[in-house]
Write a new protein. Structure first.
Length: 542
């Protein structure tokens, strides 16, 4: 463990381990639980870590061992239906009740001294928010790392299925808790059969061969695209942050598949006047817990020490710290987003990007999206190892990808906050997706993705329709000599299921129709720049 990550703090205690404890769930189902503890006299606070991914690697060393070394009891528990625990796993439905049942069990343990914190990433963040819906009085701190609070948004975006996420989550939830061997074999099987799955007609249930069988809850989440459907009632734990009084630290990465959910969590906590902190690094969903682990662990440990042990010496002076891309520097900020000025950039028929506003709303240019040969996805905020910044030059050479590029910059341009696209488009079928991406083009012509988003259109034939597509947020410096590029296409497959162009569901379509998408001149790329000028001020090297 320590050979893998440098810069971890020295252990303070030797660690003891009680494996295989049984904790009754809300309905009495046995939840298998491991207890890690400092081998020392005295009282220590407790950390609750509830996981559907098993209790072995990496959870045992990263959360059990490392936090117990620093003076915490760590209760590492398998959610019901996973890792040997009884009952049936059903995404989100039991986490609030089972979390409270576990706290009731803790109260009966002689080593529990009444001070509780929670910590964990991804779905381990969701179980924290579920517990916080009705927080027990012992809960004094939370650390949500690359965390989830809204399952619907994990699987759907504006009506488009997040296909790649669905496959990754289905495989992870089904196999990771069984151990590394079954999980690795399942990963290889999915890789071998991926093309067969993502090109199937219809798409519905085509994953079964790649995942080794049907996954009932995955069928359910994919076939209920409407967030207002009664199926999703109670799924989102967003309400917890709106009234929470438990100090909560949030950690994410600019290319994390859940980064937007983290920003939503931060905004709700701030409006609730809850003590909170935000760390955003140059990470993906997985690299935050790998290459980024020294920073993530240090941030988490400082927060837990401050609120469970009363030692605030490790807290940073500002509420927010973000990594600024393009200059590889960390920035401490008072809040997120900081005060910004919105700067629109406009496309031209010649493929340029300019800050000069056009007149009128004439057709500008068009492209044809063919779902038989869908525009591929490349990098970005994914759950897989293919996430993150990539050279988009090959993608941008396709005829179904539009690019609009600004001139070489004579001074740096800093984008610090939300990014969005205001699109005025028409289609010839009335049904299309629009994928829009911000890229940084260096002096050698390498085009690297910064942030992006997708919107689903239902237009009145050839009449133009206006749509605003959120493209997440960023903290990025476009250096002198670099160019700002706006990329537009009809999809990003298999990150999103392809739009059939007919109005039929992406899951059920068997017939595909090419779609001609026309962009009009009054479309704009909207960037948030610092209100006090283009520069971010002095910065240290990351």
């Amino acid at each position: 463990m320590r050979a893998t990550w440098r810069r971890l703090p020295a252990p303070l205690h030797e660690v003891g381990w009680e494996p295989g404890l049984t904790v009754p769930a809300a309905d009495g189902s046995p939840l298998v639980t491991d207890h890690y503890f400092p081998r020392a006299e005295g009282d220590f606070p407790t950390l609750l870590v509830r996981s559907p991914y098993g209790r072995g690697l990496p959870w045992s060393p990263q959360y059990g061992l490392l936090f117990a070394e620093q003076g915490f009891h760590v209760v590492l528990q398998s959610c019901r239906g996973t890792g040997g625990s009884g009952g049936t796993f059903d995404l989100w439905r039991h986490e609030a009740a089972d979390g409270l049942a576990t706290v009731s069990w803790l109260r009966q343990q002689p080593w529990f001294e009444g001070t509780l914190g929670t910590v964990g990433p991804s779905y381990l963040g969701y179980v924290q928010w579920a517990l916080a819906l009705d927080p027990p009085p012992e809960l004094k701190a939370m650390v949500v790392q690359v965390g989830l609070h809204d399952p619907h948004a994990l699987f759907h975006s504006g009506g488009a299925p997040r296909l790649e996420n669905a496959l990754a989550v289905g495989m992870g939830m089904t196999y990771q808790h069984q151990g590394m061997g079954p999980f690795l074999r399942a990963t290889l099987r999915l890789q071998r059969r991926l093309r067969e799955v993502i090109t199937a007609r219809p798409l519905r249930a085509a994953y079964a061969s790649a995942l080794g069988g049907e996954v009932p809850w995955l069928d359910d989440v994919m076939t209920h695209p409407d967030a207002e459907d009664p199926y999703w009632r109670g799924a989102s734990a967003a309400g917890a942050a709106e009234r929470l009084g438990v100090p909560t630290s949030l950690i994410t990465g600019w290319h994390d598949a859940l980064v937007d959910q983290t920003f939503e969590q931060y905004d709700r906590l701030r409006r609730a006047e809850c003590e909170t902190a935000l760390l955003v690094g140059p990470w993906t969903h997985t690299s935050a817990l790998q290459q980024g682990w020294p920073e993530v662990f240090a941030e988490s440990l400082a927060w837990l020490r401050a609120h469970l042990l009363g030692d605030r010496s490790g807290l940073r002076p500002t509420r927010v710290r973000v990594h600024v891309g393009g200059e590889n520097a960390w920035r401490d900020l008072d809040d997120w987003p900081p005060a910004t000025a919105v700067g629109p950039w406009f496309p031209t028929a010649q493929g340029h990007l300019t800050q000069q506003a056009p007149t009128g709303s004439a057709p500008l240019t068009s492209f044809c999206y063919d779902p038989e040969d869908p525009t591929p996805s490349l990098g970005g905020p994914l759950l897989s190892r293919t996430a993150g910044p990539r050279d988009n030059s090959g993608l941008e050479a396709r005829e179904d990808v539009l690019t609009f590029t600004g001139p070489p910059l004579t001074e740096p341009v800093d984008v610090l906050g939300p990014v969005s696209a205001r699109l005025n488009v028409s289609t010839d079928t009335g049904h299309a997706d629009v994928f829009t991406r911000l890229c940084d083009v260096d002096a050698q012509g390498r085009s690297v993705n910064i942030c992006d988003g997708l919107g689903r259109l239902q237009t009145d034939g050839r009449e133009p329709s206006r749509i605003t597509v959120p493209m997440s947020s960023t903290a990025h410096r476009f250096a002198v000599g670099h160019r700002i590029r706006w990329q537009i296409s009809g999809g990003a497959h298999p990150r999103y299921a392809r739009n059939p162009g007919t109005g039929e569901s992406s899951l059920d379509a068997t017939t595909f129709t090419p779609v001609r998408v026309t962009l009009h001149t009054d479309s704009a790329l909207t960037l948030a720049t610092p209100a006090d000028g283009p520069g971010l001020g002095p910065a240290g090297n990351g």
